[in-house]
Ligand binder design. Structure first.
Ligand code: 3MF
Ligand code: MG
Ligand code: MG
Ligand code: MG
Length: 386
């Protein structure tokens, strides 16, 4: 019943199940897996696709012949398993050269190197058929505003994206760019810290139609925001090009927990939103297993991400089919047709009707909305007692 279908497009990054459990205070706890091993592991747990940063696949210091043999082995694993590569991205954060950011580094040489590295990574992604290219500004920010002018940072970031859009078009790549916001970590502050900020910025780009967003559960949650609302804004703008599913407790370090490991209710509303609108992009898990886990735990983690999504999708169907819940929702919107017709788009007739209407302000304020009951019914549905 909770089996992944290709239509769900469940994907994982090489860096997710490949995470070795290093953190700022501790050494790795798991052995690294090679890209072909990861592809086979993902096939075993039911994934449809695999995504990568350039250096997840090809080490930054690989020789051309090493590159060729890695690509050959990876291609072989994809052919054996049928996994696809829908998304690619650039690692612009691990190497010390990027300590002050990449496209927004104060150093022009670093900004130029970031362009060169991204073009090469776009070439690599295109070789594997990727159609979404993600930009997460890992270190595009600052610790001290003494060091960087945010206006310059935005200008440089725009220049880089305009350049790379042109490059994608000139190469005939089929890329849509997806910008991923994060409020902080690993920088004190990261520019364009929320999905809403990215959506505003996109409209300032030369090729704004080919640029959308890749919101991540953990990132909006770190900022104390409602993730489903951020996704709704992206959907409303026609800009939900990709999504990073994981989980996070508000106010904590960047946790990247298994999808829905923490906020069951918030993630239920997220899944319901995606399912209700028929989102047909990849459902990408950008998460990793707890540091307590061995290889078996990594598989449990990956299967858990998929299964939790499908369980919440099933709950969303039940919510939509629940007569009592739907009755409460319908009741909320039931008013006299003449009054309902007063709300809507501008017209001289509506202006006249509004000016002439006398509202029962006291009655409006006195009306109970039934949200306590609605929320309790939702909780009971989620807990399986309904
Ligand atoms: C960091 C992230 C990143 C991005 C990735 C692009 C390492 O918090 O979320 O994962 O998602 O760089 O997809
Ligand atoms: Mg993240
Ligand atoms: Mg993270
Ligand atoms: Mg992410």
């Amino acid at each position: 019943m909770y089996d992944a279908q290709p239509a769900h497009k469940f994907t994982f990054g090489l860096w997710t199940v490949g995470n070795v459990g290093r953190d700022p205070f501790g050494e790795p706890v798991r052995k690294p897996l090679s890209p072909p091993e990861i592809v086979h592991l993902l096939a075993e747990v039911g994934a449809w696709g695999v995504n990568f940063h350039d250096n997840d696949l090809i080490p930054i210091d690989a020789t051309p012949s090493e590159r060729d043999s890695i690509i050959k082995a990876f291609r072989g694993a994809l052919a054996e398993t049928g996994l696809v590569v829908p998304m690619a991205t650039t690692n612009l954060f691990s190497h010390p050269a990027f300590k002050d950011g990449a496209f927004t580094s104060n150093d022009p040489a670093v900004r130029a190197y970031a362009l060169q590295k991204t073009m090469a990574a776009m070439d690599l992604g295109a070789e594997f058929g990727a159609t979404t290219y993600v930009f997460w500004g890992g270190r595009e920010g600052s610790e001290s505003d003494a060091a960087k002018n945010p206006l310059e940072g935005l200008k440089w970031f725009r220049e880089a994206l305009n350049f790379l859009c042109e490059y994608s078009l000139a190469q005939g790549y089929n890329y849509r760019f997806a910008l991923e916001a994060k409020p902080n970590e690993p920088r004190g502050d990261i520019f364009l810290p929320t999905t809403g900020a990215m959506l505003g910025f996109i409209e300032t780009l030369d090729h704004s139609a080919m640029v959308g967003v890749n919101p991540e559960v953990a990132h909006e949650t770190m900022a104390g925001l409602n993730f489903a609302h951020a996704v709704a804004q992206a959907l409303d703008a026609g800009k939900l090009f990709h999504i990073d599913l994981n989980d996070q407790a508000s106010g904590r370090y960047d946790q990247d927990f298994r999808f829905a490991a923490h906020n069951y209710k918030q993630n239920f509303f997220l899944v319901k939103l995606l399912e209700d609108v028929g989102y047909d992009g990849p459902r990408h898990f950008d998460a990793h297993a707890y540091r307590s886990e061995d290889l078996q735990g990594v598989k449990d983690f990956a299967r858990g991400c998929i299964r939790s999504y499908l369980i919440l999708a099933e709950k969303a169907r039940r919510f939509n089919a629940d007569a009592e819940i739907q009755g409460l929702l319908a009741e909320l919107k039931t008013v006299e047709p003449a009054v309902a017709a007063l709300a809507g788009s501008y017209s001289p007739e509506r202006v006249a009707a509004l000016k002439a209407h006398e509202f029962d302000r006291t009655g409006l304020g006195a009306r109970g909305l039934g949200y306590e009951k609605l929320d309790q019914l939702t909780f009971e549905l989620l807990m399986g007692v309904r």
